[in-house]
Design a binder for this molecule. Structure first.
Ligand code: 5GP
Length: 114
């Protein structure tokens, strides 16, 4: 495998994570070092949807970023969170540590998931 990051291992359940939502396309789990009462990360699960960073998005993979944003929006709505931040860190200079495209969802409100 060319790319194998910690998030690949989380998808394969080789390392534990606190999963708050999962379907065939997207995995949402709590950030290990939360910066807000709600701080979860959204990633695309399918190998064909793998993108390392927003910096590497192409016309063929742009739908992946939209999928993550839509899922974050739906999750927030479902959990009745009415104010939140969505962040992509882009590149080392942008604070990106894990080169597996992920969307941060942060809120001062709690997700209510314990
Ligand atoms: P980045 O700076 O790359 O956008 O964010 C990576 C995020 O992943 C950081 O907020 C960091 O706390 C989180 N993180 C790194 N390793 C792990 C891990 O093993 N498990 C979980 N749940 N989060 C992680």
């Amino acid at each position: 495998m060319l790319e194998d990051t910690i998030f690949h291992k989380i998808i394969r359940k080789e390392i534990p994570s606190d999963i708050v939502y999962e379907d065939d396309d997207v995995l949402v789990f709590k950030d290990i070092n939360p910066k807000a009462p709600t701080h979860v990360l959204l990633i695309a699960k399918k190998p064909e949807d793998f993108v390392s960073s927003i910096a590497d998005l192409t016309d063929e993979t742009a739908h992946v970023s939209l999928m993550l944003i839509r899922k974050a929006q739906k999750l927030a709505k479902e959990k009745r969170i009415d104010g939140y931040q969505l962040k992509f860190h882009v590149g080392k200079g942008g604070g990106q540590e894990v080169f597996f495209l992920h969307l941060h969802l942060l809120s001062q409100q709690s997700l209510g998931l314990g």
